[in-house]
Design a protein around this ligand. Sequence first.
Ligand code: ADP
Ligand code: MG
Length: 829
Amino acid sequence: AMAIAFYLALTSDHSFTDAIVILAIVVLNISLAVRQEMGAEKALEALRRMNAQITVVIRNSQPQPIDAIMLVPGDIVSLQAGDLIPADARIIESIDLKVEESALTGESVAVEKDANAIIDSQASIGDRLNMLFSGCLVTNGRARAIVVATGMQTEMGKIALLLNTTKRSKTPLQKKMDVFGRIICFVGLGAGALLFLLQVFSEPLPVVLLNAVSLAVAVIPECLPIIVTITLAYGVSNMAKKQAIIRRIPAVETLGSASVICTDKTGTLTQNRMTVQQVWSVNHQPKATDVELNHDERILVEMMGLASNASLGSRTSETLDTGDRDLNKNSNSEYVDKTVGDPTETAILLLLRDIGIEKPSLDAIYPRVFEIPFDSERKLMTTVHELDDHRYISITKGAFDRIPVEASAKSAQAAQVVHDQFAEGALRVLAVAYKYYEDLPVNLGPDELEAGLTFAGLVGMIDPPRPETLDAVETARQAGIKTVMITGDHALTASAIASQTGILATGGRVVTGAEMAKMSDDDLALHVLDYSVYARVSPEDKIRIVKAWQSKGEVVAMTGDGVNDAPALKAADVGVAMGSGTDVSKNASDVVLTDDNYASIVNAVAEGRRVYDNIRKVISSLVACNMSEILIILFAVILGWGTPLVAIQLLFINVVADGIPDLCMCREPMEADVMRRRPISQSASIFTGGLGIRISIVAVVFTIISLAGFYLGSFVQISDSVAPSHAIGQTMAYVVIGWSSVVNIINVRSYDKSILTIGLLSNRLLFYGICLSLVLVAVTAGVPVVRDVFYCVPLSLTHWLVITGLSITPLFVVELIKLMQRGKKSISY
Ligand code: ADP
Ligand code: MG
């Protein structure tokens, strides 16, 4: 359009203002877009920083969590399965250590590493078995290692792959909009061509060309792409405020579509603030831990302490260097910043401290010589200790049904009764058994260490549901989202907690990992709708659960924190990792919850729906205006009334008048009923749920009122002072479409609720934006000199009153439609 305007100015008496103003509007649009994009980029960048990596170092003999960027060579890091290795380091201690080094070597099979391996000085990276390399993942076991290189000095740094390149992918909505955009381009070109044909024989060629191009300009919603980007970015930063850090942008929208949330119990639905409440040692009665323990019970607790890996830290340890992130939000209050490790184990250590024993002194008396680490597949672990008489003891602690003790033994039967009693009281139960050896066994595998054990007793620990969980489950239910609990705990414990949190309230059954194992994938898919609780499952089962739901066409969000959860997180439509979880799980996820809280997922879903809603609102405002602009021009030309709107006017309305308030739309607050609607269907078009019809009606109304203004101005003597003319008609058409499209933004704020319910001022920014746009249109049409640039001429008061009346018509029409539709059916996607 600008080129044609320049050509016109050069070849005829046409002035240069046209070309210059078009240029100004284009520049304005671009700079606005760049500025907003930069803001969005900044928000996303801040987010990347929030994904900082925390690692455990030993400083002053104490394990403490620090931000990995604070590591220096010489630091001793403590790593375990699931950790991302933060620096290159020489292993000094290793137990069953396996590392996946594909990021560095391309080899996807995990490599066994060993502190004692002696390596040739010329060995290639893949063969340096006593070294850990930054950016690789610990998949098994534990290690301590001395940092030898950090940052760009590491092997990974050398090949400059250190930067975690986050792929930019488009959201489903953005893809739908690309299609929509292409259609609109064709419509624009078609309409332009039609106008050209209609006018080419009656008007000079450059003018016809300019009109045709203006029409194409009118059709294309110039501001839409940047508004979508900003709305998404604003949604992302809003979610971050609500404890959900988005790692992949499309997740914002997918969250809004989620129809099933599969969530871990421990730590997500519950507080992960475990406290041992009951102990039972064989041959005694179960006992609450608030009374004094007898000798056998003390031994039981000591054994459990020996077989634990957590640490409480000292009360004097210095403040931690973790930035604003708190690793152990969920552990017991007094030691909040100092405990390291599994809350199940810190609970034991706290009980141990209550009976006057500190774990380090216990470890000094009975040094640990060997360990088979806990894994949630086996649900037990074993440690071997040297006794003072040089004999050895192995202690196995874990799930009661996984401890291999003689089932017929009398103690086992008694234990079963006590176990069920604990579990029905919503307690997580841990069992302990042991075995003595004269000499350290040669075979240190489970078949030796975990056979022929003597049963010692049970402890039951409470892990109360988070206070928010009950409400969040109910909110999700109203929003058409089913909550499914997944836990490694016993079925009795699981159903007790599920009942307390409302997950089992609406029917639904408990199924165990063992039962699942007997089902084929098809069987599972057949029954998946009935199961609300999966108990005693291992992480590997999660992927089957995800697939079963997906086969029913559901959009599944799945939580996870362990190494083995990564595949399920990837398979789920939204993988949700825990802030306290392993680096492996975070890498595989779309969202990380900083507070590990189930309620945060539900909040994020609501936010996702808000984002989707707001984008739909912007689209309906822009499309209605643009469609009407085609109709106005085509009809006026076909009716022989002349051109009603010129290029500058169209550009100004599309980019400035509509653009400003639409940009404010990304801050539009959530509608009260977002969580009382069904999830957004991913296959549905943007215009489903009656939106397409609504847009068409509004476009027709716009067309009628603008043409009315154009007609009245061009042909009717509505005021004594101003005679009708084409210029008057154009001015009126311009102000009517400009004002009414701005006023219509008030309409699109809700599909079914009256503006009187929403309140004009509930989005202040938008309100100011609307006012500003109304004023700008008035200025361009009414202020001397300025109005010349916009092809406007002076109007009488009567004209302005007529324009005002016409411009607010859409408000009343749409309010009337809303009134008629209200109560009939609520909005659905
Ligand atoms: P969840 O996913 O609910 O945390 P896990 O798989 O971690 O479940 O634990 C399942 C069972 O394993 C628990 O009920 C408990 O009996 C046992 N268990 C959990 N943590 C430990 C541990 N650190 N040491 C020994 N046994 C454990
Ligand atoms: Mg666990």
